[in-house]
Design a protein around this ligand. Structure first.
Ligand SMILES: Nc1ncnc2c1ncn2[C@@H]1O[C@H](COP(=O)(O)OP(=O)(O)OP(=O)(O)O)[C@@H](O)[C@H]1O
Ligand SMILES: [Mg+2]
Length: 158
C-alpha cells in the first residue's frame, strides 16, 4: 500500500516496565525522528519532554507499554499506553507531588510526582484513562503555540 504522509511518521516505540537501563530510549528515538521534520523548536521541545515523562511513567509504574506518535497536519499526537497496575484515583495522581514511585525509582531521581503535571502543561490536549489491574493510556496532542504564549509564562495557573 502507498504510504500516506501521516504513515511516514506514525511510529510506535515499545517500552519495558522496570527497564531503567533503557530509560529515555523511546523518547530519544521520537526526538530523533521528529527532528527530521522542520517543526518549530518550542513544539518539538514540548513533545519530547512530555513523551519522556510518559515513557518514564511506564518504566517506573507499569509492566510494559509503548508510545505511538503521529503527525496530523501541524499537530503531533502522542499516545502512551501500558499494561500495568493502572491508577485507582486519577485525580489524586494528577496532583503535583503525588507519587507512588518505588525506592529504586526514587534512588534514581524519579518520584517527585511531577510527570503528569508536566505532560499536561506541555500538551495542548491531554487525556488520561486508566483501569486498575489493567493499565493506563495517556493521549496528548501538541500544536504550535505563538511565541511568548503560555509556555514562556511560568506558573500562570495553566
Ligand atoms: N503509567 C502509569 N501506571 C500506573 N501508575 C501511574 C502511571 N503513571 C502515573 N501513575 C501514578 O501517578 C503518580 C503520579 O505520576 P507522576 O508522573 O506525576 O509522578 P511520578 O512518576 O511518581 O514522579 P516523577 O514523574 O516526578 O518522576 C505515580 O506516582 C503513580 O502512582
Ligand atoms: Mg512520572
Amino acid at each position: 500500500m502507498e504510504p500516506t504522509p501521516t504513515d511516514r511518521f506514525a511510529n510506535r516505540y515499545p517500552i519495558l516496565g522496570g527497564g531503567f537501563f533503557l530509560a529515555g530510549r523511546a523518547s530519544g528515538e521520537v526526538k530523533r525522528r521528529l527532528s527530521e521534520l522542520s517543526l518549530p523548536k518550542e513544539l518539538l521541545r514540548r513533545v519530547v519532554i512530555a513523551t519522556y515523562e510518559a515513557e518514564m511513567n511506564i518504566v517506573i509504574h507499569a509492566v510494559s507499554g509503548e508510545v505511538a506518535i503521529s503527525v496530523e497536519g501541524d499537530a503531533i499526537r502522542v499516545v502512551a499506553k501500558d499494561r500495568g497496575p493502572g491508577i485507582a484515583d486519577v485525580q489524586e495522581a494528577m496532583k503535583l507531588g503525588f507519587s507512588t514511585a518505588s525506592e529504586k525509582a526514587r534512588s534514581l531521581g524519579f518520584g517527585a510526582g511531577m510527570g503528569l503535571t508536566n505532560m499536561q502543561r506541555c500538551a495542548d490536549e491531554f487525556r488520561i484513562a486508566s483501569e486498575v489491574d489493567r493499565g493506563t493510556c495517556v493521549e496528548m496532542t501538541f500544536r504550535p503555540r505563538p511565541v511568548d504564549s503560555k509556555e514562556e509564562q511560568q506558573d500562570d495557573g495553566n
